[in-house]
Design a protein around this ligand. Sequence first.
Ligand SMILES: C[S@@+](CC[C@H](N)C(=O)[O-])C[C@H]1O[C@@H](n2cnc3c(N)ncnc32)[C@H](O)[C@@H]1O
Length: 464
Amino acid sequence: MNEQLSHILGQLSPVAGAGRIDPAALLQAHEQAAVTSLRLNPRKPADLSFALTGQVPWCSTGRYLGERPVFTLDPLFHAGAYYVQEASSMFVQHAVEALADRTGPALRLLDLCAAPGGKSTLLAGLLRDEDLLIANEVIQPRAAILAENMSRWGQMNTWVTQNDPKDFTALGAYFDIMLIDAPCTGSGLWRKDEAAMDEWSPEHVKLCSERQKRIVADALPALKPGGLLLYATCSYSPEENEEVLDWLCDNFQLESQAVPVQEDWQIVETRSAAHQAYGYRFYPWKLQGEGFFLAAFRKPEDQEEAPQKKDRSEKKKGAAGAARKGKDESARWSRFMKVPLLAVERNEEFYGLHPVHQKDYEYLQPRLRIKKTGTALGKLAGKDEIPDHELALSIHLSAELPALEVSREEALLFMKKEEIRKEHALKGWQVVTFGGLGLGWGKWLPNRMNNYYPKNWRIRMDIR
Ligand SMILES: C[S@@+](CC[C@H](N)C(=O)[O-])C[C@H]1O[C@@H](n2cnc3c(N)ncnc32)[C@H](O)[C@@H]1O
């Protein structure tokens, strides 16, 4: 392995100044295992069954673990009590806290390259209910995984879209904060995935760099003047980092922002060659985390707003209109939630939104391919409501609903889609909980239990 890594290190373009890569230190870091860390869900407090060994310095909810447990066998993982995330990338929290005003009017955020959802769940945890996060992923199967992880996180103010970056131009200047965690060569993560080294080449670095510039340029019109852009990669290559910053300064007059960092965090501040734009490099030989890069920009206040494009299709607009015109079933779904909701319907499935986001829904629905608007509530069947799995995972789920708290063993059986407690005198729909957190729905009938855990979420591993 080291031979291959040494060979690649010989071809990596040098990073200027303080960011200089020490090949011996990098090779030595690769002799050690990657650090395991997770981020707690601030809206789903829980007692974890494994030891947490320390706090990630730049993220209040980030924790290190001594050993990597089998997360699949932990019901709290499935309940969304935490997200297993690489520690360096949690720096996004610190950057947002340092540079964004989260006390003023409601914020709109876009996480443009969001799957599988590490940084979207992080951003979601920083939001007030009136703020809105659009977590976007262009690649379909990855967007499905993103939607699943956002469902687990349980917030109604995080929606999932599946759009190409340039589709956001149609929105005009819409977002206050935009995170672009761009696809990259991923050299910073090789300690976790050695096989990925095989794909590295100077040509691939160039291709990634060009794609990164294109992605930012495509999405930038959707950032409001004065808005905050966070650009991140997990690459060591300056072509994907500082060079992109210079290109952005040249082409969009963005204002680089310094992020204050504590010296003992051992994060390396770099400056781009031409514009002296600030960048923050994370090196595994200096801190407890993998390779990562982040830079922050402010869009100038006086930059002309892009004219909002006309809707792409009247047909789509019609669909939105239909959703608005349908019978308002908000009151019917309200008993499931402890906060006010607006129910909107798409293809017979109802979704719950915070009522403050009605205008966002009307504006975004015809313009974006929305996979998940708020929280999927379920379907109506005559007088009955068939609750969606996602509803059981909501942080807003009403405490008045019939609930069945189960043991760890029962929770695992339930998530294997087996019948549990079928002999008990339970009646009708119950939200199955573990540690007080919803896992899914079961419906109890005389001598039978129907397990509504989604087939594609089912635990396939041997649980005994
Ligand atoms: C570094 S990963 C994102 C990781 C994610 N932000 C997280 O924290 O979990 C980059 C993402 O960009 C997506 N992507 C690939 N090509 C893209 C393109 N041309 N435009 C936008 N996104 C792209 C990939 O599918 C991938 O999910």
